[in-house]
Write a protein that binds this ligand. Structure first.
Ligand code: G4P
Length: 311
């Protein structure tokens, strides 16, 4: 569960008490069952040949689990950059390249439309190439490949499983690894998927990660201050996607990167005629509009993290 560390509810934000950067809100995740989750995933890992890590293409780093490497311990892995319909295609291509340099085949997918999903099985076959060769040379022709899906909440694991399993057959046979909670779906010839994903936790100790997860809606808005969040998002966008916000919010002639996010929020509220009695700008309404429009990719196809930041 994500909870607010420093409650700001009821605290009216304004130019005076809003500070760029230093006011970044901390959001923490207290996972009651972190150890149990880890153990469950480790148990399921012994049943699969590979792991498919689902991440949000808009925040490829913040939507990852920080200790996945130590959990899966060298198990072959592919990465699915999901929600690519909302991400910057240029950055997605760079991220795919970045993962490849780490020896991890990565595929951009959109589980809403199903786009890109035909690249999933080939990516798994690629990462298992040597194993498949070894099975063949041992005469294990037609050895079934099994995969499990892992990822932090909201990245689209269930959507992916639903898409891949559409029309697939759940194997309820009495054989090892098949229990009521642990069923296998045939998703292609000789290819099976564990029907329950491994739900992991994000890097909750990093407040920027918490913020980015909140921008995308992975953190419920009732536990964060929407005005603060929208202000911070506008700062990110003003830096990396200035043209998109200028176009969307008709801020022509304004050097958006020079303003604190809260002032941008006020400009947007004013432009949109969002006023409360007395003529004051309704920044709360403006913040909801900005967050909704970002989450719906109405502002543009935006990715908040670049592989270059990893150096
Ligand atoms: P999870 O199992 O990892 O927690 O994620 P889940 O599949 O529940 O997906 C979380 C939200 O993301 C859902 O939206 C889902 O529809 C949306 N989603 C998943 N994949 C994609 C994608 O590739 N593109 C887009 N645009 N959205 C995607 P929701 O608002 O929670 O529900 P709903 O809109 O489906 O009703």
């Amino acid at each position: 569960m994500f909870v607010r560390k420093h409650s700001k509810i009821g605290e009216k934000m304004n130019k005076q008490n809003y500070r760029k950067e230093e006011n970044a809100q901390s959001i923490q995740w207290f996972p009651g069952h972190m150890t149990r989750t880890r153990r469950q995933i480790e148990k399921s890992l012994s049943l699969v040949d590979a792991v498919a890590e689902v991440i949000d293409a808009r925040i490829p780093m913040s939507s990852r689990n920080p200790v996945l490497d130590s959990i899966i311990k060298g198990k072959p892995r592919v990465v699915l950059l999901n929600k690519c319909d909302m991400a910057d295609p240029n950055k997605t291509a760079r991220w795919i390249q970045w993962f490849r340099t780490k020896g991890i085949p990565a595929v951009a997918v959109d589980c809403k439309s199903g786009k890109g999903l035909n690249g999933f099985i080939p990516a798994v076959q690629e990462v298992l190439k040597e194993k498949i060769q070894a099975w063949k040379s041992k005469g294990m022709v037609g050895r079934v490949i099994r995969v499990m899906i892992v990822g932090v909440p909201n990245v689209g694991k269930s959507s992916l499983i639903n898409r891949l399993c559409k029309g697939g057959k759940a194997d309820v046979a009495d054989r090892p690894g098949v229990t009521r909670q642990n069923r296998w779906f045939t998703i292609g010839k000789g290819f099976e998927l564990l029907d329950t994903p491994g739900v992991l936790w994000p890097k909750f100790e990093d407040k920027l990660v918490g913020e980015k997860l909140a921008f995308t809606g992975a953190v419920k808005d009732d536990v964060v201050d929407t005005e603060h969040l929208a202000s911070r998002l506008l700062e990110f966008l003003a830096e990396s996607y200035p043209q998109e916000i200028i176009r969307r919010y008709k801020l022509d002639g304004i050097d958006v990167a020079a303003y604190p996010g809260y002032e941008l929020l006020e400009m947007i509220g004013k432009k949109r005629g969002m006023l409360v009695s007395g003529g004051e700008i309704n920044t709360e309404r403006a913040s909801i509009a900005v967050l909704d429009e970002f989450r719906g990719a109405v502002i543009g196809k935006i990715t908040l993290e670049s592989p270059e930041e990893m150096r």
